[in-house]
Unconditional design. Structure first.
Length: 236
């Protein structure tokens, strides 16, 4: 085993232990929580090594970096987790199985149009899975749909054959108690599922706060630094 593969294997084992312990503490089964490896700024070779170690889901923040990686390491489920500009929609739907950062009706329209285009080109024939990014701090610079507008955006999405609403995603506010933020998200998710029972995914929790997220019902944690090491900038 290469040194890098051994390093990633050790990191993955530690993250898995943390997830399992958090699930036990919350009275939940381990298989209720999906792990997404966030690989931004790291090479496709690391993605390939993680795949060899059993990782099946990979998340990226930037379309221009993700597309080539997805082409180089096929067979994985790829998630767009970063803020997405509408003019990147066509490119993103070419590689992403899921977009977790949908935060406006205009972006939903752009993604639906892009799905129609790639469907016509026979690049994909499945709808695009989407999560609505919920804003837990009302900071427009960080993206996200205000909590009181989630219902309207969800209704907009569910009228589109090209998109499939899977749930919510959120990032805890900077410098705040993540547990309180994830509690708000849990309540928002519960309200959403009353009208959209299939929107059961709650994507929350990163390297530093995955335990709190799992305690409050996260079904998907996005882990970068704890798996791959520091990258010199804030990351999921």
């Amino acid at each position: 085993m290469t040194d890098r593969k051994a390093e990633l294997a050790a990191n993955l084992a530690e993250v898995e232990d943390r997830i399992a312990a958090a699930c036990r503490a919350a009275g939940r089964a381990r298989d209720e929580v999906k792990l997404i490896a966030i690989t931004k700024t790291f090479p496709a070779s690391d993605v390939a090594l993680l795949a060899e170690l059993g990782v099946t889901d990979v998340g990226e923040n930037r379309d221009q970096e993700a597309g080539p990686k997805a082409a180089e390491v096929p067979g994985l489920r790829w998630h767009m987790v970063g803020r997405l500009q509408r003019n990147k929609a066509r490119s993103v739907v070419g590689w992403a199985n899921e977009v977790q950062s949908l935060d406006s009706a205009r972006l939903a329209d752009a993604l639906a149009k892009a799905v129609r285009a790639v469907r016509d080109a026979q690049i994909r024939d499945e709808p695009l899975d989407v999560l609505i990014q919920a804003s837990l701090d009302d900071d427009p610079a960080r993206g996200g749909c205000p909590l009181d507008e989630l219902g309207a955006l969800a209704e907009h999405v569910t009228h589109m054959d090209e998109l499939r609403l899977r749930g919510l995603m959120a990032v805890a506010p900077l410098g705040a108690d993540p547990a309180a933020a994830f509690d708000r998200l849990a309540r928002a998710g519960e309200a959403l599922r009353k009208d959209h029972p299939n929107a059961a995914t709650v994507s929350a929790g990163m390297s530093h706060d995955l335990e709190q997220a799992i305690t409050h019902g996260s079904t998907c944690v996005r882990v970068g630094t704890a798996l791959l090491g520091g990258r010199g900038l804030a990351s999921p």
